[in-house]
Design a protein around this ligand. Structure first.
Ligand code: GDG
Length: 739
């Protein structure tokens, strides 16, 4: 039995494209595995046990006749892959449309290229649902799912809602933009919630991680603790995992190319000619994408030749631009611009024996790629924005002799871990020109020293290690070791409590108000009781031998106005006042002259923190920051706490940190003391106490062991049980009324 369960657990990898190429000639079908970085990194995960890969095969639905299509699927399955059927419309709207005309430019800070089309957004959702359907068909209990990249941002949530116990990881291969960019996105909330279906979210760099967390805090207003997000009853981990390359593969290929004479390709012959001419070769390789900074690089190269004319006829830029997304207009425009620029600059500088730029618009076989890498003295990798950039890493891996210089844009994620490269701002032509000059004159010793450092890191943190680290972290995210255990009120416990309620003879219900019976509003005065709540409480109070107590930090006047004509007992101001038999009595005798010195301090905080305000009560002052910027509020609360701590100690005051509120009140007032005074009034044999706030913990502590204490929300608590929301509290109370 055990064996079988262990055997069944598998990892399902999901990405837009499957790691294979399907090619069809007439009626014959060829399937070859693709050799990209991701496929290599995931290889062991994919081939282990029952692992499968879910994605699109590259062939639109209906493109093949039934028989061939079945044959293709059969072959795809043999590769442990499952294809998601996509129509031509899906590809046009979800892939070329929403993914590449909205998300790609937005996440790379190209706002002027970003198109927000509702129809394409809907297609994106629809296709994410298609992916979810296929994943769910293959998902078994205990399986792990690893979702990749920006085409599938909604998928984690779509899986989680159907199978909450599945462990889900998500990795974003492109940058996550700053909040100021991301906030412009019309469907920002849905998008973030989609991602939060995952248990672990991975990014290439700490900056992307930071940007993501900042959007989560500001847009969804969720609590973030270091890199953990509290979301419903889950803790979601966010971390950075810089993707590596298959280092050994590139290194070995380079060693082979350097040693073995073989049939020479056209490219190789030209590269050799070039070496004979004793010109230095500068290489750039990118997909033809506007994020890669191709036109800028050409213009900067012109600037370099103008600034340092002694390098004319001494250097050559070899530029490989791989065709990409050529159906999207901006890519067509980029292609035209590049062609024109290369033409103009070659025209401007060329001599009979020298063309400054060799430009290839095509993809090359792997062997030719290696030849390019090993023949180049300098790699000039200068994207305007790039999630990571693997080309930079591949260049380093092929420098088996340790020579060569990498010039790398600071805007590539890779720059974060490649400090020994010459890092430049790709928008500065001076940076370009000076770094090129520096690279061209760099002593061999220095080149080797820098390469050695770079290689050491890339070899160790290769793509396989990257995948392993991610999965290890995902495994930990599944059962957070140090996190507290949520004690969710299950339906079985609920039944038990309701059963007891009906049996017992002296019943006490101690209920907090805000966040327990009603949800939070931006302004506390707006959180008035509604008719449904009055009806519920009235009916509870009218049960025989039942006492309903509302116990709150609210002031006496507000509760008098709301509940003055009711039979329930009221405790206000955190336990200062008691309203019983329609009579107010003071539980504590208090002074409030301290307020004069504290209020001006709070006022300075209000002035400097937009969205915050002071609530003055009879015996306390509260500073509310629910609608303030969460990051600013966080630093202000620390500051306020420091300022207040020195003042309150000698005045018999204490500081309460509530739910988005800091309250200053007399030390000998607490809901706990008030609870005690109520408990001695009768011989209760049934007690249920419910609260959401930190201050309610005092009540949970005071009630006898056998009482039922319930915390609203899933943060740490002394209560016995936890429940989701005020709606759920009302549903529970409603059950007390049903026989
Ligand atoms: C995205 C993110 C992130 C290129 N031309 C040829 C060829 N290549 C190979 C390279 C390299 C890969 O393609 C390109 O990878 P990059 O990382 O440079 O860029 P993107 O395609 O934009 O990838 C990027 C990456 O995802 C991974 O997370 O680093 O930031 O944008 O491996 O070698 N391979 C062959 N012929 C070519 O002509 N065989």
């Amino acid at each position: 039995m055990f064996k079988q369960i262990a055997f069944m657990n598998k990892t399902i990898i999901v990405s837009n494209r499957l790691p294979l190429q399907v090619s069809i000639q007439e009626d014959s079908l060829e399937i070859s595995p693709s050799v990209g970085g991701l496929a290599t990194g995931m290889k062991s995960v994919h081939t282990e046990g029952n692992g499968i890969w879910v994605g699109w095969s590259g062939i639109p639905e209906g493109a093949l006749h039934a028989e061939l299509s079945e044959k293709a699927n059969q072959r795809i399955r043999e590769e442990k892959c499952v294809s998601v059927p996509l129509t031509n419309d899906d590809i046009e709207e979800y892939y070329e449309g929403f993914s590449n005309r909205a998300l790609w430019p937005l996440f790379h800070y190209f706002m002027e290229y970003t198109e927000f089309e509702k129809q394409e957004w809907e297609a994106y959702r629809r296709v994410n649902e298609k992916f979810a359907k296929v994943v769910l068909e293959h998902l078994e209990d205990g399986d792990t799912v690893w979702v990749h990249d920006y085409q599938l941002l909604l998928l984690p949530q779509l899986i989680k809602q159907e199978k909450p116990n599945t462990t889900i990881g998500f990795f974003l291969h492109i940058p996550f933009p700053s909040y100021e960019i991301f906030r412009t996105f019309p469907w920002r909330k849905e998008m973030l919630k989609g991602m939060l279906g995952a248990d672990l979210l991975g990014f290439h760099t700490y900056d992307y991680e930071r940007h993501f967390l900042s959007s989560v805090k500001r847009i969804l207003r969720l609590d973030v603790n270091f890199n953990n997000i509290s979301y419903h009853d889950r803790i979601i981990k966010v971390d950075s995992f810089p993707m590596g390359i298959d280092y050994d593969k590139f290194y070995r290929a380079a060693v082979e190319h350097n040693s073995k004479p073989k049939e020479k390709s056209e490219l190789q012959k030209r590269l050799e000619e070039h070496t004979l001419e004793d010109k230095k070769l500068i290489l750039s390789i990118d997909r033809m994408d506007y994020t890669k900074g191709i036109p800028n690089r050409i213009k900067a190269f012109e600037y370099f030749l103008d600034t340092f004319p002694e390098y004319k006829e001494k250097v050559r830029l070899v530029m490989l631009a791989v065709p990409s997304r050529s159906n999207v207009p901006q890519y067509q425009k980029l292609k035209r611009e590049t062609d024109e620029l290369v033409g103009r600059i070659n025209g401007k500088f060329a001599t009979v024996s020298w063309t400054p730029i060799w430009y290839f618009y095509r993809s090359l076989p792997f062997d030719d790629l290696i030849d390019l890498y090993i023949s180049s003295d300098i790699a000039l990798i200068t994207p305007i924005r790039d999630g990571m950039n693997l080309v930079a890493k591949e260049y380093v891996a092929t420098r088996t002799k340790g020579n060569g210089v990498l010039i790398l844009s600071e805007m590539a994620g890779a720059s974060q871990e490649m400090n020994e490269a010459l890092l430049i701002n790709p928008n500065s032509f001076e940076d370009f020109a000076n770094s090129l000059k520096r690279a061209l004159t760099m002593p061999l010793k220095e080149q080797q020293k820098r390469m050695k450092f770079l290689q050491k890191r890339l070899k160790r943190y290769n793509v396989e290690k990257w995948a392993k680290e991610f999965l290890k972290s995902l495994e930990e995210a599944k059962q957070p070791k140090n996190a507290f255990v949520v004690k969710k009120l299950t339906s079985a416990y609920e039944k038990e409590i309701v059963g007891q309620f009906h049996q017992k003879k002296k019943r006490l219900l101690l209920l907090d108000y805000d966040g327990t019976l009603v949800g939070f509003k931006a302004n506390p005065q707006d959180a008035e009781p509604d008719q449904e709540l009055f009806d519920l409480l009235d009916r509870l109070q009218s049960q025989e031998n039942t006492r309903v107590v509302l116990i709150s930090g609210r002031d006496k006047e507000t509760f008098q106005r709301w509940f003055g004509d009711k039979e329930y007992t009221l405790v206000t101001d955190h336990g200062v006042w008691l309203y019983q038999d329609r009579n107010w009595t003071a539980l504590e005798r208090l002074k409030n002259d301290w307020m004069e010195s504290i209020r001006p301090i709070l006022e300075t905080f209000v002035d400097r923190t937009p969205g915050t305000f002071i609530e003055s009560k009879n015996y306390s002052l509260a500073w509310h920051y629910r609608t303030a910027d969460p990051e600013l509020a966080k630093s202000r609360t620390i500051e306020l706490n420091t300022v207040l701590t020195s003042m309150v100690a000698n005045n018999g005051l204490s500081i309460l940190k509530g739910n988005k509120v800091i309250e200053i009140k007399s030390s000998n007032v607490s809901k706990g003391r008030a609870t005690n005074q109520l408990l001695v009034q009768d011989d209760y044999d049934f007690i249920t106490v419910i609260g959401d706030d930190w201050t309610d913990e005092y009540m949970f502590e005071e009630v006898p062991n056998w009482a039922t204490s319930i915390k609203v929300g899933f943060t740490k608590t002394k209560a016995k049980y936890q429940i989701e929301s005020p709606e759920k509290v009302r549903q529970l109370l409603q059950k007390f009324l049903e026989n």
